[in-house]
Design a protein around this ligand. Structure first.
Ligand SMILES: C[S@@+](CC[C@H](N)C(=O)[O-])C[C@H]1O[C@@H](n2cnc3c(N)ncnc32)[C@H](O)[C@@H]1O
Length: 391
């Protein structure tokens, strides 16, 4: 079944991708070693159950959405809307979909390393069911990310709002998994020193990135944009990590993982999609190590107390620190504390007090004045770090 085009594809050799000699087909319960950088052909639940326990660093899942489409959908000019009506997206009931979700998700949980995380993307059709099952299974929700589509499909019937986003739930394996990977500082540095928000504005996958067959038709109806996967992998994996995608489709996760120096394992039960994914990934060139190096996290940098700036002669006792607008002035004491009016305390405490806030990062709030110029004291701290011998 599936859309006429998808059916035609399966029945023809129209797809312009090279054939692989023997596809890796794994049958139910056949134990599988963790073969990295491979596309496994078969059912995701069976295959996940056959993989070694605690062996992958991240799972990205783009499961069937259970779109429940009824009838055909036409545009105002009567052309047919290319909706997802494939068999793999059909379930007899919500209960059936929930059972399927519970099964693949608990199988996924087993293969995750203790500090691995799971990303699941979905739409309003399924994401609420997915989220509640995730919590029932003990996953700990870290964020829900809204992917705002720059170029969404209009609502042709004009009976609802334009459906312009999808939701991704990001979760750790359990509530006590604290050391999951998240490159907070690197992401912030790439975002003009502003925290990256949970709403991502990205276009749908179109143009040259969209896989087409020899007839110019889409190879896969729901190919995700590479930029979306790149953000996910850059934020929550390290180079060399193993990324598993149990609903691999056209292999977007594998293509991005390879480009970013991560290993991938894809599971896909449709041989046409699996073949297209393999060919797509084979054409990807990985970036070099320099391009992939992750900006060091502030948390991993050596701790420098404010006192060290005085000891290094960068700030003298008795000097005044000011905020960027020169509204507040605090005096530096010889022991490294600050004085503001009757109050004495750390750079953070006095910064917070000056602004009437519960907390403040004194390193970025206070400045020294040098020949009318303001220098944020965090710069002086960085100078000390830079002068320290490497480990
Ligand atoms: C939403 S699509 C994923 C698209 C993919 N993210 C991409 O960018 O191309 C879901 C895919 O899961 C596959 N699939 C559905 N049920 C499956 C199952 N039980 N085992 C393995 N693959 C399955 C479908 O064939 C389909 O290609």
């Amino acid at each position: 079944m599936g859309s006429p085009r998808t059916r035609a594809l399966r029945n023809s050799a129209a797809l312009s991708v090279p054939r692989r000699a023997t596809p890796h087909v794994v049958s139910r319960n056949e134990p599988t070693l963790l073969v990295r950088d491979t596309v496994l052909l078969g059912d995701s639940i069976d295959l996940l159950n056959s993989l070694p326990e605690a062996s992958v660093d991240l799972i990205f899942a783009d499961p069937p959405y259970n779109l429940q489409l009824e009838g055909v959908l036409n545009r105002p000019d009567q052309s047919l809307v290319d909706a997802v009506d494939d068999d793999w997206d059909k379930f007899a009931s919500f209960a059936d979909y929930d059972r399927f979700t519970r099964d693949w998700m608990s199988a996924a949980q087993r293969v995750m390393k203790p500090n691995a995380t799971l990303w699941v993307i979905g739409s309003y059709h399924n994401i609420f069911r997915v989220g509640s099952i995730m919590q029932d299974l003990g996953f700990w929700l870290l964020n829900d990310i809204v992917w705002r589509k720059a170029n969404p499909m209009p609502n042709f019937r004009g009976r609802r709002f334009t459906n312009a986003h999808e939701t991704m739930i990001w979760a750790s394996k359990s509530a006590n998994a604290k050391n999951y990977t998240f490159h907070y500082d690197a992401l912030k540095a790439g975002n003009e020193d502003t925290q990256v928000r949970s709403d991502w504005y990205l276009p749908l996958c179109t143009g040259g990135e969209r896989l087409k067959d020899a007839n110019g038709d889409k190879v896969h109806p729901t190919q995700k944009p590479e930029a979306l996967l790149a953000r996910i992998l850059l934020s929550s994996t390290n180079p060399g990590d193993v990324v598993l995608d149990p609903f691999f489709g056209s292999g977007t996760t594998g293509a991005v993982a390879k480009r970013l120096g991560r290993h991938y394992i894809g599971i896909e039960r449709d041989p046409v999609y699996a073949k297209a994914a393999r060919a797509r990934i084979a054409a990807v060139d990985p970036l070099d190590d320099e391009a992939l190096a992750i900006a060091p996290s502030k948390r991993s940098e050596p701790r420098i107390p404010f006192n060290a700036l005085i000891e290094a002669g960068l700030i003298l006792p008795g000097a005044e620190l000011v905020d960027s607008k020169r509204r507040f002035r605090a005096k530096v004491k010889a022991d490294g504390s600050l004085v503001l009016g009757p109050a004495t305390g750390s750079i953070h405490k006095i910064g917070a007090l000056a602004q009437g806030l519960p907390a403040c990062n004194g390193w970025t709030f206070w400045h020294v004045e040098k020949r009318d110029e303001l220098i944020v004291i965090d710069t002086l701290r960085q100078d000390i770090r830079a002068s320290m011998p490497a480990d």
